[in-house]
Design a protein around this ligand. Sequence first.
Ligand code: ADP
Length: 622
Amino acid sequence: MSKETRTATWKETFALHGRCFKDIYSYCPQKFWASGLYALVAALSPYVTVYLSARIINELAHHRRPEILMKWVLLTLVLEAVIGLLKAVATRWICAVNTIYNPKKERIYLNKFFDMDYADVDNQEVRDLRSQIRQSEGWFGWGINMALSDMQSVLHYGFGVIGAIALTVSMFTMMVPETQSNFLWLNHPLTVIGFVVALVLLVGITPVLAARNESLYVKIAEFARFGNRVFSHFGYIAHDTERAMDLRMYNQMDMATYYLKKCDSFGVGSYSAKLNAGEEGIRNGVMAGSISLITGVVYAFVGLKAWAGAFGVGSVTQYVSAITSLTANASELLKALGSMKTNTTFLRTIYELLDIPNNMYQGSLTTEKRADRQYEVEFRDVSFKYPGSEAWALRHVNMKFKVGSRLAVVGENGSGKTTFIKLLCRLYDPQEGQILLNGIDIRKYNYRDYMDIFSVVFQDFQLLSQPLGANVAGSATYDKERVLKALEDAGFGERLAELEDGLDTMLYKDFDKKGVDVSGGEAQKIAIARALYKNAPFIILDEPTAALDPIAEAEIYSKFNDIAGDKTAIYISHRLSSCKFCDEIAVFHEGQVVQQGSHEDLVVNAEGKYHELWNAQAQYYV
Ligand code: ADP
C-alpha cells in the first residue's frame, strides 16, 4: 500500500501535526497567536450574548427591577463593545499575518532544497515528492495549510464546547419542584443520562460520516494531483512566450484541449464525481437529519423542565442556545479531528521530503586563505557513477593542476567533462579514489568554505530577474566599482553604456515592464562577470558558450585567458580549437583521461584521440 493511502493512526496524527506546528511556529509564530486569539473570541462571543440576554429576559419575566435591568443592559453593551473590538483586532491581525505567512512557509522547502545534498536535488524521486506536495496543496489545500486550518477549527470549536458546557451545567442542577409530581421523572439521573447519551449518539454520527466522505479525498488524491499537473501545464501553455511559435506551427492547442478534457478531475462524469455520487449524498442527508433531531430533543427536554417550573423563560433561551451550540461545536470539533487524520497522509509525504538525510560527509577544516593563492588540486584514481546508474561516468581519473595554470578539458559529448567539474566542486563524492586540495581530501574541508574557492560558469547557467548589478554580485548591496570592472572585463562594457539605468537595469520583464531581455551572448558575458566578481582562485567555464559558433567561442575563451590573470582557469569544450592556447589539455574519452599535454604535443601524435578529434573538427575552423 502506498504511503499516502495507508490510513493514519491517532498517534501518528498527533505526532506529525505536532512536528508541523513546531516547524511553522519557528518560521511564523504570529500565525499561531493570531489564529488562537481569533478562535477564542469567535468561539466565546456568542455565549456572552446568550448568557446576558437570558438574564434580561428572566428579569423582565419576573421581578422587573429597573436598577437590575439597567445593570444587565449596561454590562451587555460594554461586553459587546469589547468583544467587537477584540474581533476586529484579531481579524486584522490574521489578515496581516496571512500576507507574510505564505512566503515564510515556502522557506521550509527552500531551505531544505538549499541544504540538501546536490545528488538529492538532482534526483527525480525527490523532485517528484516536491511536486506531489505542491499539487496536493493546489487541489484542496492538503498539507501544512490544512493542518493550520484544522488547528484553528480545533481551537475554535474546542473553546466553543467549553463555553457551552459552562452555560449548560446549571440546567441539570436546577430541579423540577417536588410539587410537580407528574414531572419529577425529569430530575431522575437516568433521564439525564438518557438525554446525554441521545445527544452523544446524534452528535457522533456527523464526524463519522464526514470522515468517510473525506477519506474519498485520499482515494482520488493521485488522480486529482495528476489532473492538476496536466492543468498547470496545458492550462497555461498559451501564455508561455517560448512555446508560442511551436504552438502555432504545430497547432498544439488541439492537443492541449484534448488533455484538458481528458483530465477533468472534478466535473460531472469525472472519476471523483462517480466516486462521490450516491453514497456521499446519502451521508450528507443523514448528517443534516441528525442536526434537526438534536434540536428537537433539546427543545423537548428544556421546554418540559421549564414547563414544570425548574427555571424561567429567560433560561430556556440560554439552555436551548447553549446545548445546540454545544452539539454543533462538538460535531465540528470531531470533524476537524477527522480532517487532521485524513491530512496526516499528506503530511507524511511532506516529512518524507523534509527528512531526507544529508549523506555527504561534512568536514570542518577551513581552506587556507593563502595570500600567494598557491593551491594544488589532485584527482587520484577517481571513479564515479551517478546515483541509480550502472555505468561509470568517470573511471580511474588521475590529474594534477596548480593555481595560475590554464587547464583545458576536451572530449566528445558524454565523455565525462562536466562530471569531472561536478566532482571537483563536490556536488557529488566519488565512489572510488580521492580528490585532494593541497594534499588533503576535499571531504575534510568545510563545504561552504571549499565552495568559496570556485567560480563556475555552467553550460546552463541561470541569471535572476533582478537588477544587473545584483545579478553580478549575487547580493542586493555590492561594491559598484568592482561590479563595473567585472562587466567591463567580461566584455559587457559597451552594452552597459547603452543602458539608461546602468547597474540598476532590471534583467527580463518578470518584475518590471522596463526590464531588458538580454541576448544569449550578453547573458554569457554577465554570467562570466558574475564569476569574476566572486574573485575565487579557480574559475571554470563549462561550455557556457555552447550556443555560439566555434570561432566566437574560441575568441571568448582566449580573451578570457587575459582576464583570468593569476587565477587557475579551467576551460571545458568539445571543440578543440577553443582550448588550443592552454598550457595543459586533458583529453577525456568514455570517462577516462586518455591523453594529457599541450596542443603542439598532442596534435602530432597520429595515434591519439586528440589528433582524431582535431582532424574531424578541422573543417569548421578553416
Ligand atoms: P560531457 O560533459 O563530457 O558531455 P557528462 O559529464 O555530462 O559529459 O556525462 C558523462 C556521462 O555521465 C554520460 O554518459 C552521461 O550520460 C552520464 N550522466 C551525466 N549526467 C548524469 C546524471 N545526472 N545521471 C546519470 N547519468 C548522467
